[in-house]
Design a protein around this ligand. Structure first.
Ligand SMILES: Cc1ncc(COP(=O)(O)O)c(C=O)c1O
Length: 287
C-alpha cells in the first residue's frame, strides 16, 4: 500500500509524521473521508469545499499544499483502487509540546486509501441499535460542528459507552436536549412518511451523504424537513436511519435497548438506500 505524505507517495512503512505533529499532540487538524466508485471519488468537489471550510473555520492555512485532486488521483492509480475509501488528513504541522499556538512548519498532509468494505451486511439488513449518549455533543460555541475536526475524544468516549451497551452508534444531544447527530453519522427519522433531520447549521456536520439523501427524497415522493429533533421524535418514529460515507444509509432497529417502530428496517430507509446506491454508481460513471 502506498500513502501520500505531504508532497509525495511513499510505501506504507515510510509513511510517518513527526511525533511532535500538532495533529498528534493536540488533535489540531481536520480530515475528510471519501468514497471511490469505479475509480471516481463521489462528489469530490463537495468534500474539498468542506475541507476548505473546515480549514478556514480553524484558521488553518492551506498554502504550499499540493493540488489535492491530483494527489488523490496519483494515490488511486498507484494502489489500483477502484472501489475504495479514502482519507485525507490535514494538521497544523509540526509543533512542540506545550506550545499551543506556534506551528513550526507547513501543514502536514496524509492521504490514504483502502478497498471499500461497507458495514457488515447483517447489520445493514437487520438494522442497528443506537444509544442516546449521556455525554453531550461539543457545543457549537466551543467548536462549530461544520469543522470535521481530528479532536474526537468526546465522540470516542460516547461511542465506547454505546458499544458497552451493545449499540453500534451513539446519538449526541445538545444543551437543550435535542438530538444533533451520531458520532460519525447524521440522523434521520421518519414519521407518517415525512423525513426529518436536524439542521446542519450549528447542530451537525453537513454530511455529504445527508445532502444527497435530502436531494433524493423528493424524487421518491418523500417530503423532508430540516428541524431540531427531540428525544421523543426518535423514540416515537416509525423508522430512522443513519448516514455517512461508508455506512451509506444504515437503518436503526433499536434505540436504548427497545425496538424502534417495527424493530426492522423500514420502507423509507430501504428506498432511499437503494436510490443512494444508484446515485453513487451513476455519478461515478458506473451505472
Ligand atoms: C460527526 C459526523 N457527522 C456526520 C458524518 C457524515 O458525513 P458524510 O456523509 O460526509 O460521511 C460524519 C462522517 O464522518 C461525522 O464524523
Amino acid at each position: 500500500v502506498r500513502v501520500f505524505v505531504n508532497d509525495r507517495l511513499v510505501e506504507e512503512h515510510d509513511a510517518v509524521v513527526s511525533v511532535f505533529d500538532r495533529g498528534f499532540l493536540y488533535g489540531d487538524g481536520i480530515f475528510e473521508s471519501m468514497r471511490v466508485v469505479a475509480g471516481t471519488v463521489f462528489r469530490l468537489g463537495r468534500h474539498l469545499d468542506r475541507l476548505t471550510r473546515s480549514a478556514a473555520l480553524i484558521d488553518l492555512r492551506l498554502d504550499g499544499l499540493p493540488d489535492l485532486r491530483h494527489a488523490i488521483g496519483t494515490l488511486l492509480q498507484a494502489n489500483r483502487l477502484r472501489d475504495a475509501r479514502l482519507r485525507v488528513t490535514l494538521t497544523r504541522g509540526p509543533g512542540r509540546p506545550g506550545e499551543y499556538v506556534a506551528a513550526s512548519g507547513p501543514p502536514t498532509l496524509v492521504i490514504s486509501g483502502a478497498p471499500y468494505a461497507g458495514p457488515d451486511p447483517r447489520l445493514a439488513s437487520a438494522g442497528v441499535e443506537v444509544r442516546i449518549a449521556t455525554r453531550q455533543a461539543v457545543p457549537a460555541q466551543v467548536l462549530d460542528p461544520a469543522v470535521k475536526s481530528l479532536s474526537r475524544l468526546s465522540s470516542v468516549l460516547a461511542r465506547r459507552e454505546a458499544a458497552a451497551h451493545g449499540a453500534h452508534e451513539a446519538i449526541l444531544t445538545d444543551a437543550a436536549d435535542r438530538l444533533t447527530e451520531g458520532t460519525v453519522s447524521n440522523l434521520f427519522v421518519v414519521r407518517e412518511g415525512r423525513l426529518r433531520t436536524p439542521p446542519s447549521t450549528g447542530e451537525a456536520l453537513p454530511g455529504i451523504t445527508r445532502e444527497a439523501i435530502l436531494e433524493l427524497a423528493p424524487t421518491a415522493g418523500i417530503e423532508s424537513v430540516e428541524e431540531p429533533l427531540s428525544r421523543s421524535a426518535l423514540l416515537e418514529a416509525d423508522e430512522a436511519f443513519l448516514t455517512n460515507t461508508s455506512w451509506e444509509v444504515l437503518p436503526i432497529a433499536r434505540v436504548d435497548g427497545r425496538p424502534l417502530g417495527t424493530g426492522a428496517p423500514g420502507p423509507v430507509a430501504r428506498r432511499l438506500g437503494a436510490l443512494y446506491r444508484e446515485l453513487l454508481h451513476r455519478e461515478c460513471g458506473d451505472a
